[in-house]
Each structure stands twice: as structure tokens, then as C-alpha cells.
Design a protein around this ligand. Structure first.
Ligand code: NAD
Ligand code: GLY
Length: 359
């Protein structure tokens, strides 16, 4: 088992990473989740697969479960209200802990409910998708979608622990694994060129679920995210790099009703658009855009966004949380391994980039 720390002073917390943690590391898990009263939040798919093992790792507790419907369209305030209702109905106190078992959808909703209940109770994240293990379970962003835009309602609420049992990925569909790889590639692009090089050499092993390759990818991604979050918890600066590809990606998800593109897939396609925009702004070399496109294609990610109208995408981008004084700020690449956030780009470069990628 690897243990990384997210260094946030009094709110520091560990990320436990390794195979068969639920089955074999019950004592380590129980020590990090000390509350007696636990509300396990999961969804219909994940609960059936992994809730018994989680319960067995936490013996002697009072455990109540909330099982939500599966899917991004269910990431709503109404479902957060359901979680809160169960906390109230069971008279959970401030010493209780919410335990999120699932992907980013479950984790974001459970985290937001924990942030709201009695002005904030503990949340432990037990991520079961690659995307959640490398990104959403770490860093304390919680929330839900609004009909007007993605993740518009939410709060920062750091977990007390992240338990990333890599064996839970054994049941994850291949398409979801590929979607998670998009966020892994993101780390190489924004801040670690050597990791991007490593991904080029190991993408086939990752797709084949080679245990050592997956362990390295998860550990390195968590290290990089933990460092960024420790330096900029509330996204005053460099944490925005983690949104590379997301301004375009959220527009893709929103334009298609959160139905046909998985979040990670939309981020993958959005990263290619952001790379093209970086080239259009004279930052990124054309050869690097080609490298990025090749790696995303090899990861099996969909990149064809022409079914979405460029005007619609542009309009949806205006809802991005990085908009300041009406101006869309973009995360772009100066080179592979070096991101920046800027509102200083030529509008015609953005229009041409959108026209090049969207219909
Ligand atoms: P998800 O939570 O919808 O999970 C994907 C699918 O995999 C679901 O159908 C789920 O039921 C299933 N699943 C999960 N674990 C499984 C397992 N072990 N075996 C079989 N099936 C399993 O999607 P996701 O990709 O994990 O997360 C995407 C969400 O995360 C988006 O809502 C996004 O906004 C959010 N997100 C949040 C942050 C953050 O910092 N909070 C960062 C990135 C993404
Ligand atoms: N996934 C973006 C962030 O955590 O900041």
C-alpha cells in the first residue's frame, strides 16, 4: 500500500492506494475513518459490487446506506437532499462520517451533502473509477450540476481520507477506464512532461490493465494533484490548471445533455481543442498538438466533436466558473508539461479554433 499526504495543515489527509485494500487493509481503513456512525453513499451499480467489502472493512459501526440512481444526470440537488434527509431521519450527529463509495458523481454529491449537513461533517472518499482515483476524490471539490451548467452548485470540503482500492477497478468497464485515462494524460500535459513521455510509452499497458502501470499512473496523478491542491486549495491560481480541457469539455457534455459523452471523454476531446487553441495563440508547437492527438487516440478516446455547433459550444463556455468580468479565461499550454491561465487571447483565434473542431 502507498500512502500519500495532502498537506493542508490541520486539514491534511492521507490517500491510501493499493490493491485489495478493502479486503486486506481493514485496520488501516478503520483507523482513518474513526466515526461510529457512518452513512455510506453509493449508487445501484457500485453498491452491488463493492458495498459488502466496504462494510466488512468497518466492523462494529452503525452503518446506514443511501443508494442513488446511477448516472451524471442524477448529479442533482434533489439527490443531495435525499442524502440529507437520511442523515436527519437517522439523527446522525456532527461526529458522523459520510463515506462515498463510487465514481466522481457519487463522490461529488456525498461530499456536498457532508459539507452542508450541520454546517459540515466528515467525508471519506472510497473512489471506484480510475477518474475518481486520480482526480475527483482528492482536493475537496464537491457539488452538483444545475440545468444552467455543470458543477455550478457546490462547496470546497476536504475529505478526512481517500481510500483508493485499485482492485475495485477490476469491475470497471473499459470505456470508463479510457475516460479516466484522459484525466491522467491531463497531469502530464499541465505539469509533468516526463510523465507525458512515460504515458506515451505505457498507454498500451494501461489499456491492458497492467497492474504495475496502473499503480504508477494513479500514484503519480495523485502526487501531482495533492501538490497543486496543497499550494492552492481554493483555486486562486494554479489549481485552475486542473481544468485544462474542461471549459471546452463541459460545453461538450452540456450541449449533448450529459447523455452521450462521459465526463472523461469530454475532457479528452476538450484537451485537444485547448491544445489547438494554444497553438493558435502561438504558444504550443504544431508537433506537440500532433503528439497530444496521437496519445488521446491511442487511449481510445473519442475526439470528433463536429456534431456540436461551434456557436452553441461558445455560448455554453460562457457559463464556465473561470469567467471573470464576462471574459472566458482559458487554460492553455505553453508546452507539454507547462500550463497557464489567460484571458489575453485573440478572439478570432478562439473563433477559428471552435470552427475547426465543432460543426
Ligand atoms: P461516474 O461516477 O458516473 O462513474 C462512471 C460509471 O462507472 C458509473 O456508471 C458508475 O456506476 C460506474 N462504476 C463506478 N465504479 C465502478 C466499478 N468499480 N465497477 C463497475 N462500475 C463502476 O463517473 P466518473 O467518471 O467517476 O466521475 C465523473 C464525475 O466526476 C463528473 O460529474 C465530474 O464533474 C466529476 N469530477 C469531479 C472532480 C472534483 O474535483 N470533484 C474532478 C473530476 C471530475
Ligand atoms: N478537477 C479539478 C480540481 O480538482 O480542481
Amino acid at each position: 500500500m502507498d500512502i500519500l499526504d495532502v498537506d493542508l495543515g490541520a486539514r491534511a489527509y492521507p490517500i491510501l492506494i493499493g490493491p485489495r485494500l478493502l479486503a486486506r487493509e481493514g485496520a488501516a481503513i478503520a483507523a482513518r475513518i474513526p466515526a461510529r456512525d457512518l452513512l455510506i453513499v453509493s449508487n445501484t451499480t457500485v453498491a452491488a459490487l463493492h458495498a459488502p467489502a466496504l462494510g466488512a472493512a468497518l466492523p462494529g459501526r452503525r452503518i446506514v446506506e443511501v443508494i442513488l440512481p446511477d448516472g451524471e444526470i442524477h448529479k442533482t440537488l434533489a439527490n443531495v437532499a435525499r442524502i440529507l434527509d437520511v442523515l436527519v431521519a437517522n439523527r446522525f450527529g456532527r461526529d458522523a462520517c459520510v463515506v462515498a463509495l463510487g465514481g466522481g458523481v457519487v463522490g461529488d454529491m456525498a461530499g456536498f451533502a457532508a459539507a452542508c449537513y450541520q454546517r459540515g461533517i466528515a467525508i471519506a472518499q472510497v473512489p471506484t473509477t480510475l477518474l475518481a482515483q486520480v482526480d475527483s476524490s482528492v482536493g475537496g471539490k464537491t457539488g452538483v450540476n444545475h440545468p444552467g451548467g455543470k458543477n455550478l452548485i457546490g462547496a470546497f470540503h476536504q475529505p478526512i481520507a481517500v481510500i483508493a482500492d485499485t482492485s475495485t477497478l477490476d469491475t470497471l468497464p473499459d470505456r470508463e477506464l479510457r475516460a479516466g485515462l484522459a484525466e491522467v494524460v491531463k497531469y502530464g500535459l499541465i505539469c509533468d512532461r516526463a510523465f507525458f513521455d512515460w504515458l506515451e510509452g505505457n498507454i498500451d499497458a494501461l489499456l491492458a490493465r497492467d497492474a504495475a502501470a496502473l499503480a504508477h499512473a494513479i500514484r503519480r496523478s495523485c502526487e501531482l494533484k495533492a501538490q497543486i491542491v496543497a499550494r492552492d486549495e481554493h483555486e486562486r491560481g494554479e489549481r485552475a490548471w486542473l481544468n485544462f480541457g474542461h471549459t471546452f469539455g463541459h460545453a461538450i457534455e452540456s450541449a449533448t445533455g450529459y447523455a452521450s459523452w462521459l465526463h472523461g471523454e469530454a475532457v479528452g476531446a476538450g484537451m485537444l481543442v485547448a491544445a489547438s487553441m494554444s497553438r493558435a495563440c502561438g504558444m504550443l508547437a504544431s508537433a506537440d498538438v500532433v503528439r497530444i492527438e496521437r496519445l488521446l487516440k491511442r487511449a481510445g478516446l473519442p475526439l470528433d466533436t463536429r456534431a456540436i455547433k461551434a456557436d452553441a459550444a461558445h455560448e455554453l463556455m460562457r457559463l464556465d466558473k473561470k469567467v471573470q468580468a464576462g471574459r472566458i479565461r482559458l487554460v492553455l499550454l505553453r508546452q507539454i508539461g507547462e500550463a497557464c491561465v489567460t484571458a489575453e487571447y485573440p478572439d478570432d483565434a478562439l473563433a477559428a479554433t471552435l470552427a475547426g473542431h465543432f460543426g
